[in-house]
Design a protein around this ligand. Structure first.
Ligand code: GLA
Ligand code: ZN
Length: 679
């Protein structure tokens, strides 16, 4: 395998095929001026490359590849399999998906091939083979980009058949399947594999609330279907990857992921990818901590630097309100991305398209076709800076003492479940905890359920609803050895099939948390309660309230009102050399912060600098030196922490002055010897 990239890739999606040749020359000149060194091409060109079942046409793509090779680009070559040609739908309707409502789709849009269609697989393989044969030895191809933003579900007959095969492999016998999904409930027992049907709106799926919050009569079935769909799409990815490998032994292969996207188990996917890449599209009001969490999650998938495959240089088109990125914002966001582990900065897109639904999507070159724009100038400034930074940050990594568990099975099961509250959102809960560490500049790794917990001083596992095999022992061992575990309400409830761990909540975590949750109250959005800490401090709480009995844990805060007033709401349980904090309700941020302050000091976790600041500071370690990325995302100017005074800002070459103010979106990068303690 080729090692990482030789420079920070700077560029993005480029579709010269949508433009006449004169524009191509202009593009090359403009991009050079902006220090763009990479282009992602051929993302949606299947219909162009394969106009009919037996015909291929590569002249134009050859020309594009030649032009970029001449200009010494790092080419990211996509395989084009994410949007199918019209002829394929017309001749083979089975390539289209059947949706949750049972409707067979037609030609249109993209990202909608049935993953289990043998016809789709055949034509996608043939196309990829052509591409890999043709371009596999071009040394300017620095990365293969398979398909595009895999996702969604299909409920067609081919998928039903493949699901049954998947189930047989997992459960072996029909009895095991009946037991796993508890099919005695509502008399749903099945006697043969053929009786199993996908859980859509016509079957066991239940529509209830917004589309991504579907409930189901059998969460075990629905979670298995999600696992199966994630695996089916992953098989499509692997099919393409394996073909490329036959012709190109060592170029990195990726596909672009989507942060906390619910549909795919990205930890499983990442094992099959050489490098993780992802598309980052926050809205105008997305908290910066949320974007940081997504970067950390994407880095966490392989515990390695990642590619920022797409971000907009200015605005999007597909959100309800597509505000412009303010002056300096794109730059600040790009540095946040690098700080959290990216090795590339790529845009969607390099030139704004003329027609189609993305004509209002921002680009390096706008419809005016000139370089004389604010956006182009900002892109050029960043390009110049990145060219100087490459040698520094390449090869550096992110380290952390805190691990936050993110698990897609848990995500699915928690949100499929019917009751006790439809307000519960997995990602939102995780973000509530992540934000605390972000605000304190404590670096965090997002980790899978089967991570090596021993690497961390503290493990945070909010709403750990599904406790899978092996997890109880691993967490007990971690805490016994001195680790600090944070967990919350709606934890330890079910096993991998969504059947309850009997014997009292939080099931396998009961011994560890030192408590028994007898009942769970649900509060409607307009209702709340309050918890009172032993020092008299109060914090409001909402959504869910555990009614619990202590079995060794100490009470840190109790409820203030209702029939469970004065009973414990937040606890700490010493266990071995460590401790477990249990938050039995959804506390407001100040309440979470109060508990985590105690836990952090218990665990001996430290922020990247000791001084408290409103600036975001994140680090990349490069062995003997550490790079501090200092960014102001606040409205008001902020003083640079005293520990950086006298150091050189790598971006300007100037010395950081004591008390210097940083305006909104200002960035500094300071390099210091590793291990130096910053007070
Ligand atoms: C996604 C896709 C791109 C483009 C952008 C627009 O990330 O991968 O093809 O549609 O969205 O934001
Ligand atoms: Zn299908």
């Amino acid at each position: 395998m080729k090692a990482a990239f030789k420079r920070i890739l700077y560029g993005g999606d480029y579709n010269p095929n949508q433009w006449p040749r004169e524009i191509w020359n202009q593009d090359m000149a403009y991009f050079k001026d902006a220090r763009i060194n990479s282009a992602t091409i051929n993302v949606f060109s299947w219909a162009k490359i394969q106009p009919g079942e037996e015909e291929y046409y590569f002249d134009e793509l050859d020309e594009i590849v030649d032009m970029l090779s001449r200009e010494n680009y790092d080419i990211v070559l996509a395989t084009s399999t994410a949007a199918l040609p019209a002829w394929m739908f017309q001749k083979y309707p089975e390539v289209a998906r059947v949706d949750y409502q049972g409707r067979r789709h037609t030609f249109g849009k993209r990202h909608n091939a049935c993953p289990n269609s043998a016809v789709y697989q055949k034509y996608a393989s043939a196309l990829v083979e052509q591409l890999a044969k043709r371009y596999g030895s071009n040394r300017h191809i620095s990365c293969w980009h398979i398909n595009n933003e895999y996702g969604g579900e299909c409920f067609c007959e081919n998928c039903a058949k493949a699901f049954r095969v998947w189930l047989k492999k997992k459960y072996h016998t029909i009895d095991a399947l009946n037991a796993a999904w508890n099919l005695e409930f509502w008399g749903h027992s099945v006697y043969s594999w053929d009786e199993v049907v996908p859980p859509n709106a016509l079957g066991d799926g239940m529509e209830f609330g917004p589309e991504d919050r579907l409930a189901t009569a059998f969460a075990g079935l629905s979670v298995d279907y999600r696992r199966f769909m994630s695996d089916s799409l992953l098989e499509n990815y692997k099919m393409e990857r394996d073909i490329i490998r036959r012709f190109d032994p060592d170029t990195l292969i990726t596909t672009n992921l989507m942060g906390t996207y619910k549909g795919l188990d990205y930890f499983k996917w990442a094992k099959e990818m050489d490098i993780v890449s992802w598309d980052c599209y926050p809205s105008y009001n997305t908290p910066w901590s949320y974007t940081a969490m997504c970067h950390d999650l994407m880095r966490g998938l392989k515990d390695a630097p990642f590619m920022l495959m797409e971000q907009t240089p200015s605005q999007q088109n597909w959100q309800p309100y597509n505000s412009l990125k303010r002056p300096g914002q794109m730059r600040a966001q790009s540095y946040q991305t690098l700080a959290h582990g990216a090795d590339t900065i790529q845009f969607f897109q390099l030139r704004r398209s003329r027609g189609g639904c993305e004509k209002f999507h921002g680009a390096v070159i706008a419809h005016a076709g000139t370089r004389d724009t604010r956006v182009f100038r900002e892109v050029r400034q960043l390009g110049e800076e990145l060219a100087g930074l490459s040698a520094h940050i390449q090869g550096s990594v992110n380290e952390a003492e805190v691990g936050i568990v993110f698990d897609w099975d848990n995500y699915w099961a928690l949100e499929y479940t019917s009751g006790p509250s439809c307000s519960l959102s997995y990602v939102d809960q995780l973000h509530q905890y992540y934000r605390y560490f972000y605000d304190k500049n404590i670096s965090v790794h997002m980790i899978p359920f089967d991570a090596d917990f021993g690497r961390y001083r503290m493990v945070v596992a909010p709403v750990l609803y599904m406790v899978k095999e092996g997890m109880q022992e691993a967490l007990e061992e971690f805490v016994k050895q001195g680790g600090v575990l944070i967990t919350t309400f709606m934890s330890g409830i079910v096993d991998q099939s969504d059947n309850v761990h009997l014997g009292g909540y939080p099931g396998p975590l009961r011994n560890l948390a030192g408590l028994w949750v007898e009942e769970i109250d649900a509060l409607a959005p307009e209702q709340s309660n309050t918890v009172v800490f032993s020092d008299g401090t109060e914090a409001s709480c909402r959504m869910l309230c555990d009614l619990m009995h202590l079995e060794g844990a100490q009470c840190l805060a109790s409820y203030k009102s209702d029939f469970y007033a004065n009973t414990p709401a937040v606890t700490r349980h010493p266990f071995g050399d460590g401790a477990v904090y249990y938050l039995g309700t959804a506390l407001e941020p100040a309440g979470i912060a109060k508990v985590l302050d105690m836990a952090v000091s218990d665990a001996g976790v430290t922020p990247v600098i000791a001084e408290a600041t409103q600036l975001e500071i994140a680090c990349r370690w490069a062995g003997d030196c550490t790079y501090y990325f200092i960014i102001n995302f606040k409205e008001e100017a902020q003083a640079v922490p005293a520990c950086f005074a006298g150091q050189t800002d790598l971006l300007t070459g100037k010395t950081v002055e004591a008390g210097e103010q940083m305006a909104k979106y200002e960035v500094k990068i300071v390099k210091l010897p590793s291990g130096c303690i910053l007070f």
